[in-house]
Design a protein around this ligand. Sequence first.
Ligand SMILES: *Cc1c(COP(=O)(O)O)cnc(C)c1O
Length: 373
Amino acid sequence: MIPVMRPWFGPEEEAAVGEVIASGWVAQGPRVAEFERAFAQSVQAGHGVAASSCTTALHLALVLAGVGPGDEVVVPSLSFIATANVVRYTGATPVFADIDPSTGNLTAKTVDAARTPRTRAVIVVHQAGVPADVEEIRAAHPGLTLVEDAACAAGSIYRDRPVGAGSAVSAWSFHPRKLLTTGEGGMLTTDDPEWTARARRLREHGMSVSAAERHATGSTAPEEYTEVGFNYRMTDLQAAVGLVQLRRLPELIARRRALAARYQELLAGIPGLTTVRDPEYGRSNFQSFWIALPGDFPMDRNRLLGFLAERGVSARRGIMAAHMEPAYADVPAAELPATEWLTGNSLILPLFHAMTEAEQDQVVEAVHAAAGA
Ligand SMILES: *Cc1c(COP(=O)(O)O)cnc(C)c1O
């Protein structure tokens, strides 16, 4: 079976983990600090705050933005469920907005349709690694905090700079389904030094002095708990892997872009089939390669997933839509035609660093066989 995704590791990650174990300090410590600096620099952000996942980093971002009960936060329904869930964690209400079906992302116009006087913030997702047009949204909605869900977008380019550059606050994922992985893990990036300091305290129980700092300085002064925080820490074991993975990222993206271009070329002959592609203002890292089926395709999406599986290809349904899930049945219905079309008619094809052209040909042949069925 050709998998939909497989992380790319080498002996360097094993060695890095071994060094951390030998050091005797495995929890959040010097490697996490080093990974934060290196990652923030790679996305041209002022500061990085590592977290246990993108979900927890997004939760922290909303707390920093002052989101709480009574507020509304505009989110795309077309996203992994965590994008909506984090709004609920704060006691605020998610309001679902539609997307541009060519990018899978929010636009200034779709945000406008979901906005009310109670809207406090927007979570803009760079879905599947395709950069969202954040400048357009920011210009049209100057009063709202833009929280960027960049879970999928490490290394994507927006208007000639990395996604995350110039962002008020962005959250990143290092889950293996994304590109750079630490097993589980996340990061918050921002240019704001006060938000950085508060995020560092909040992820560590609201502690005024971190355990690592106390260890490094030998401080004996008792710590203070300034507000109710969380345990959202990353470990040094994870950060050591992340530092190696970060160095692999340019090569990883170059390979994914080459494979994505090859998919686009080899699938171009199927009438009406659309594929994910770069927007005119940026470059995707192709975290996921999705295709969307035309109305007259010989089989529907779910049938095609089975057809591919029978031919040794493990594909996945396209990006989910949170408003269609039981957990969000209580959110007032909104008109989300592009979201419903894309989630119902798209699927994600295998794409991973070590994928061979022969494997890719097998996937392409299976899709062509379905188109001709
Ligand atoms: C994967 C993903 C998340 C959650 O990331 P975790 O690190 O697993 O918490 C959030 N948002 C989007 C858009 C994602 O794809």
